[in-house]
Design a binder for this molecule. Structure first.
Ligand SMILES: Nc1ncnc2c1ncn2[C@@H]1O[C@H](COP(=O)(O)OP(=O)(O)O)[C@@H](O)[C@H]1O
Ligand SMILES: [Mg+2]
Length: 263
């Protein structure tokens, strides 16, 4: 892997795989993120919780530079991603970052005119130049892991929401990401389909995949996260292990927030 930018002068957290420092993001006059720090160590699972509109999606999108921060820096393997060159192609490191930091969205975003198998093989073949036979073998393994081997030739509009989301997760994993970002991946699902998707995510957690998970599933977050970040109005107002955040919050805003969920 090559990221062209040099590390900056600050001492890095030796454990940090992906790190956001001092992230600010505005849309016009709207200040969405007001200086946020987030560190993901290798193998760590961080849950990002907070009210709707607090900036969770914006923050997680900044982590792989799908959204370019207004200020602040993103570091991957200790190297600063060069936002100042964001239009100049892969020499910025942004393309490389996105290949290594996968993302799954609330609304699946599958290619509707491609089969399940083609959805999963597309990235490796087109973006990484993986030989087709190798991409197919890996995709079939991933589809088996998410319980969808029998749907390999189906088109997305013939799948349930839970099945679509499991394909989307397999598609992200097909790129062999070092970090996986999940943005409310169960929020668009009928309640009876949430469990099958959470089970797939839990397996990834057990496999040691480094993850940032935006979720309103408080019990699940408490269960799988090493650390929980509570974002409110563009600022991290509380951070800590699930026992000190979701299960026993001391911060008043966090307490009010988690009390709205049954867990
Ligand atoms: N591309 C955009 N252009 C303008 N405003 C945006 C854009 N993306 C998000 N916002 C605004 O930023 C705020 C935070 O949004 P978001 O990060 O999606 O919050 P969350 O995921 O916590 O619900 C909201 O007020 C939203 O309307
Ligand atoms: Mg969101």
């Amino acid at each position: 892997m090559t990221i062209e930018r040099e590390p900056d002068g600050n001492a890095m957290n030796a454990e940090a795989l992906l790190e956001a420092r001092g992230i600010r993001k505005s849309f016009g006059a709207l200040k969405v993120l007001k200086g946020v720090d987030l560190t993901l160590a290798r193998g760590e699972v961080v849950a990002l919780i907070g009210p709707s509109g607090s900036g969770k999606s914006t923050l997680i999108r900044c982590l792989n530079m799908m959204e370019i921060p207004t200020a602040g820096t993103i570091h991957f393997h200790g190297k600063t991603i060069g936002r100042e060159f964001r239009d100049a192609g892969d020499c910025t490191g942004i393309g490389t970052l996105r290949r290594h930091v996968g993302m799954v969205f609330q609304h699946f975003n599958l290619f509707p005119h491609k089969t399940v198998l083609e959805n999963v093989t597309e990235g490796p073949i087109v973006v990484c130049g993986t030989p087709r036979a190798e991409a197919v073998a890996h995709a079939l393994d991933l589809l088996s892991q998410v319980g969808l081997s029998q749907k390999r030739d189906a088109y997305p509009n013939h799948l349930s929401g839970g099945q679509k989301q499991r394909v989307a997760i397999a598609r992200a994993m097909a790129m062999r990401p070092e970090v996986l970002l999940l943005d409310e991946v169960t929020s668009a699902l009928d309640p009876e389909l949430v469990g099958e998707v959470l089970a797939v995510i839990r397996r990834l957690v057990d496999d040691g995949i480094t993850m940032a998970i935006v979720t309103h599933e408080m019990a699940f977050a408490a269960d799988v996260a090493d650390r929980v970040l509570f974002l409110d109005e563009g600022t991290i107002v509380a951070e800590g292990p699930p026992d000190e955040t979701i299960r026993n919050p001391s911060n008043e805003r966090l307490k009010a927030f988690v009390s709205r969920f049954n867990h």
